[in-house]
Design a protein around this ligand. Structure first.
Ligand SMILES: Nc1nc2c(c(=O)[nH]1)N(C=O)[C@@H](CNc1ccc(C(=O)N[C@@H](CCC(=O)O)C(=O)O)cc1)CN2
Ligand SMILES: Nc1ncnc2c1ncn2[C@@H]1O[C@H](COP(=O)(O)OP(=O)(O)OP(=O)(O)O)[C@@H](O)[C@H]1O
Length: 244
C-alpha cells in the first residue's frame, strides 16, 4: 500500500513494519486458539468483574464497548454489556443508566462508526459473524452516531490481539479503531471535552514484553489495560482517573 506523504525509502520501512505486524498477529492468533478453555472462562469472568467493580467504570456515563466475538477469541464482554444495558427497576436511580455506543463497520477503508444502542436486540450479525447495530432502529429512526453526540464519552473499552505495559496495542489490522480513536480525540479537543480513557481488555497471554509490538504512525496508545489479575494504568490520565 502506498501513501502520497511518504517517500519510497520511508514507504519501504513502513511496509516492513506492517509486515512484522502481520507476522505477530498470526502468532498471537495461534496462541489464543490453543488457550486452555477453563483458563479462558476464568479470565473472561475476572476481567469483566474487574471492570464492573472499578470506580472509573461505575462513574462513566457514556461509553463505547465492543461486542465480543467468540470465533475471534476476544475477551468476553457479554456480562459487561448486559449490566450496562439493564434498565433500573422502577424507582431506580436514572443517573446510573449508562449510554452505550457499539461499533459498526461501514466499509473496507478503515471506516467504522459507533452507534447508540439501548438493547442487545438492536444487534444483527454481519458478514464476519460479529454482532452490529443497523444504522436505523426497529421504528425506522436513525441511531445516534458517536461523532454526532453532543456530550463527551468517558470511556472506550477496546479489543485487540496484543498489548504491552507501555500502551502499545496490536489490532486486527483493519485500522478501524486507530482511525476512529484519532477522530474522536480531535472532536473532544474541538469541543473542549475531557479526553476519554482508552482501556483495553486483555487475557494474560496477550500482554507481550515491551518493544515487541511493532509501531506505525497511525497507532493510538491505550491508557490502561484490564487483565484477570487487575488494572494496569499506563498514562498520567489513567493514573489520575483510576486512582490506584
Ligand atoms: N468484536 C469486535 N468488533 C469489531 C472489531 C473487533 O476487533 N472486534 N473491529 C476492530 O477493528 C471492527 C471490525 N474489524 C475486524 C477486522 C478483522 C476481523 C477478522 O475476522 N479478522 C480475522 C483475520 C482475517 C484475515 O486476516 O483475513 C482474525 O483476526 O482472525 C474481524 C473484525 C469493528 N468491530
Ligand atoms: N504497508 C502499508 N503502508 C501504509 N499503510 C498500510 C500498510 N499496510 C496497511 N496499512 C494501513 O494501515 C491500517 C492498519 O493499521 P494497523 O495494522 O496499525 O491496524 P491495527 O492497529 O491492527 O487495527 P485497528 O486500529 O483496527 O485495531 C489500515 O488502514 C491499512 O490500510
Amino acid at each position: 500500500m502506498s501513501n502520497i506523504n511518504t517517500n519510497p525509502e520511508e514507504q519501504n520501512l513502513l511496509d516492513s513494519i506492517f509486515k512484522q505486524k502481520r507476522i505477530l498477529r498470526s502468532k498471537v492468533r495461534k496462541t489464543l486458539k490453543s488457550m486452555d478453555p477453563s483458563l479462558r472462562s476464568h479470565e473472561d469472568i475476572a476481567i469483566q468483574n474487574n471492570v464492573l467493580e472499578a470506580p472509573w467504570f461505575k462513574s462513566s456515563q457514556r461509553l463505547c464497548a465492543y461486542i465480543s466475538c467468540s470465533a475471534l477469541r476476544e475477551v468476553d464482554t457479554s456480562k459487561l454489556l448486559s449490566e450496562i444495558l439493564q434498565t433500573p427497576a422502577n424507582g431506580g436511580d436514572m443517573n446510573r443508566v449508562k449510554k452505550l455506543y457499539v461499533p459498526r463497520v461501514e466499509d473496507k477503508n478503515s471506516h467504522m462508526r459507533m452507534f447508540h444502542i439501548s438493547s442487545i436486540d438492536d444487534l444483527i450479525a454481519n458478514s464476519m459473524e460479529i454482532l452490529e447495530p443497523a444504522p436505523v432502529d426497529a421504528n425506522g429512526h436513525e441511531r445516534e452516531d458517536l461523532m454526532q453526540a453532543n456530550e463527551p464519552v468517558d470511556l472506550f473499552l477496546l479489543p485487540g490481539l496484543a498489548f504491552d505495559k507501555s500502551g502499545r496495542r496490536l489490532g486486527r489490522g483493519g485500522g478501524y479503531y486507530d482511525t476512529l480513536l484519532t477522530k474522536f480525540q480531535e472532536l473532544a479537543k474541538e469541543k473542549n471535552w475531557r479526553q476519554p480513557l482508552f482501556v483495553a481488555l486483555s487475557y494474560s497471554l496477550q500482554i507481550l514484553d515491551e518493544e515487541i509490538i511493532p509501531l506505525t504512525p497511525n497507532d493510538v496508545p491505550v491508557d490502561a489495560l484490564v487483565t484477570a489479575s487487575g488494572i494496569i494504568p499506563i498514562t498520567p490520565a489513567a493514573l489520575d482517573r483510576m486512582k490506584l
